[in-house]
Design a protein around this ligand. Structure first.
Ligand SMILES: Nc1ncnc2c1ncn2[C@@H]1O[C@H](COP(=O)(O)OP(=O)(O)OP(=O)(O)O)[C@@H](O)[C@H]1O
Ligand SMILES: [Mg+2]
Length: 611
């Protein structure tokens, strides 16, 4: 129930539409009702089915009272008058005109209320989608290695869609359908109290059965959404890994995987559909059974002349009652669709409620520059149980370059990730100009840093936008200047549309070296005092590497840099080289000092000179 109110709370900003909606929906119901209540006078007066006494009573103008009887009386009064003036046929036409008009009005108001609902729904869904997207964009980096990407995508697309489908149903069910049922019942009560009590006893029985079915649907709905998440995941992996799949002839394997998951999905959906589809026919069956019950019971009252119900009133009663079945069916259908919606909403809210592990301290300090140093104080870190970094002590002075080297998996990238606070140390602290990173406003901290990562991350956009990424008010000159420093200007000019060339998903239309030079240009343009470079040259051929290396040297001028490199030749001139193995600093010093030390650096260096 909480989840349900939470979905509704998204509609709160749009509550100004509620009065108009309620007005239109009520008018739609009333005009609809009018049609059927006209049936009785039609039988009574025009076809002269009523008692002569009753007709006589109707020919007196009624005294006002706020009741259905009054309206009934009033209408009959005019109808009798009309019959006298225009004759029976004339009044028949007159009644039919009223029926047509009220059907028109009823449908008009149904339309207007439907449009209002659709608008609210669209806005509610937009807010919900934005909410989850914004949340995802603020979540800590670690979240994305724990969660499956496809599952997240599926939540933002399918689950929101599912909520959308059920929201409109449920909004209707909140007011329009129940109001219809209540008003129709009010009329039924006015017509025959006894008979209506009888019908009311029958209804909960069929309601209970429908309730049981919807309960069963709930669990299935969750399974179905989760399975869809896995399907999106396989799709995503397949499309981005197509090259590897083909190279390793893994097509059969991946198709098999997809087949298994889609098979499960379709099974869950069939089982859900069975119950879903059953809800309609079952409620119809019980509805008609109820009508049959009323026919027997009510008919016996009429036949025994026990009830105040005339045959014509009984006929209208039955007709009005059958009209109640439509909104009741709508309610039962909505209940099952709401179950799906709620299952989806729960998945959405689980993301929205995830606590962002890396958050701004309420008293966070804004920093506007970088003056002295970055210090690691006895820092240890673990992603899960295993300790990845232990007891790291390190100082990076302003204007200097520190290089991290060491065997793969040693923890170099992890160490670099701690500086922009992608993760917080498990033990110890990191200070920038003497202030703990945790006390600094995260945006202002990251503003000081330019990061070029192991893989260059580009977006499906133009070269210009990829370089100017996230920055506003950047001129063409500034972007070109940055590209020149990054050795990228020349190749960009040779592209089809120059800076306006779209580089495709993840920059697949560019070579590895080109991609890296675009990432470097991005960092140049940002012009941060601190640079973090993670193996930016590892995957390149010699020529490409020379261009990238030159770009990096340009970028590093007058900056403070933390550089991770596998090729030791590129970092020989670093002010300090830190050798990391199994999460620990095992050696520190200049290139010459470390060579003289004859430790791991010496060994690595020897190995590389044979390459
Ligand atoms: N997101 C993660 N969750 C859990 N463990 C991780 C995660 N990222 C890295 N690790 C583990 O942390 C250890 C250090 O990884 P890291 O990427 O820092 O090594 P590295 O020194 O950069 O290696 P390479 O030179 O190959 O890039 C590895 O054992 C790795 O398995
Ligand atoms: Mg690494």
């Amino acid at each position: 129930m909480n989840t349900y109110f939470r979905i509704l709370s998204y509609a709160r900003p749009f509550r100004q539409h509620v009065p108009l909606y309620i007005l239109c929906a009520t008018l739609a119901i009333l005009f609809g009702l009018l049609n059927f209540t006209l049936l009785k006078p039609l039988f009574d007066v025009i076809f002269k089915q009523a008692d002569p006494d009753e007709l006589l009573a109707y020919s007196v103008y009624p005294e006002f009272e706020p009741s259905i009887n009054y309206l009934n009386h009033l209408f009959n009064y005019y109808l009798i008058e009309a019959t006298e003036i225009y004759g029976a046929f004339g009044s028949l036409v007159y009644v039919c005109l009223i029926i047509v008009t009220s059907v028109f009005l009823s449908n008009l108001f149904t339309y207007i209320s439907g449009v209002i609902l659709a608008r609210v729904r669209a806005k509610v869904i937009k807010r919900m989608r934005m909410d989850i997207f914004e949340k995802v964009s603020t979540l800590h980096i670690g979240y994305f290695s724990d969660e499956r990407k496809g599952d997240l995508i599926s939540k933002i697309t399918n689950d929101v869609q599912e909520v959308e489908n059920s929201v409109v149903q449920s909004l209707k069910v909140i007011f329009k359908e129940p109001a219809t049922v209540i008003l129709y019942f009010a009329v039924l009560f006015a017509m025959s109290f006894k008979l209506t009590i009888f019908t009311l006893v029958l209804i909960p029985i069929s309601g209970g059965i429908i309730g049981y079915i919807t309960k069963k649907l709930k669990r299935r709905a969750l399974q179905s959404q989760e399975s869809l998440g896995r399907i999106v995941n396989i799709l995503d992996e397949t499309i981005s890994g197509m090259r590897v799949i083909k190279a390793f002839n893994a097509r059969k394997y991946i198709v098999g995987k997809f087949d298994k998951e889609t098979d499960f999905y379709s099974k869950v959906n069939i089982s859900m559909a069975k119950k879903n589809e059953a809800a309609g026919p079952i409620s119809q069956f019980f509805g008609v059974s109820v009508v049959a019950g009323i026919l027997v019971f009510g008919g016996s009252l009429v036949l025994a002349n026990e009830s105040p119900l005339s045959p014509s009133a009984f006929l209208s009663y039955i007709i009005i009652f059958t009209q109640i079945l439509i909104p009741t069916k709508e309610i039962s259908r909505a209940l099952s669709s709401i179950q799906r919606g709620l299952a989806s909403a729960r998945r959405i809210f689980a993301v929205v409620d995830t606590e962002t592990k890396i958050q701004n301290d309420p008293k966070a300090i804004q920093i506007s520059g970088f003056d002295k140093s970055i210090t690691f104080n006895s820092v240890s870190f673990s992603y899960e149980q295993d300790v990845v970094l232990s007891d790291i002590n390190l100082t990076l002075e302003k204007g200097k370059t520190i290089a991290l080297v060491g065997p793969s998996g040693g923890g170099k990238s992890t160490l670099a990730d701690l500086v922009p606070r992608f993760y917080d140390p498990t033990v110890g602290s990191i200070l920038i100009d003497g202030i703990d990173l945790k006390q600094i406003d995260i945006d202002s901290l990251r503003k000081q840093m330019g990061i070029v990562t192991q893989e260059s991350i580009l977006f499906n956009d133009t070269i210009f936008n990829n370089i100017a990424f996230g920055m506003t008010d950047v001129s063409q000159e500034q972007v070109e200047h940055a590209a020149k420093i990054a050795n990228a200007h020349e190749f960009i000019l040779k592209l089809e549309n120059g800076y306006e060339t779209n580089i495709g998903e993840r920059g697949t239309k560019l070579s590895g070296g080109q991609r890296q030079r675009i990432s470097i240009a991005r960092a140049v343009l940002k012009n941060p005092p601190i640079l973090i470079l993670d193996e930016a040259t590892s995957a390149l051929d010699t020529e490409s590497e020379r261009l990238v290396q030159e770009a990096l040297t340009n970028l590093m001028q007058n900056r403070t840099s933390l550089v991770i490199a596998h090729r030791l030749s590129t970092i020989q001139h670093a002010d300090e080289i830190v050798v990391i193995e199994k999460g620990r600093i095992i050696e520190k010093g200049t290139h010459e000092a470390l060579l003289a030390n004859k430790g791991l650096y010496h060994k690595l260096s020897n190995m590389q000179s044979f390459q």
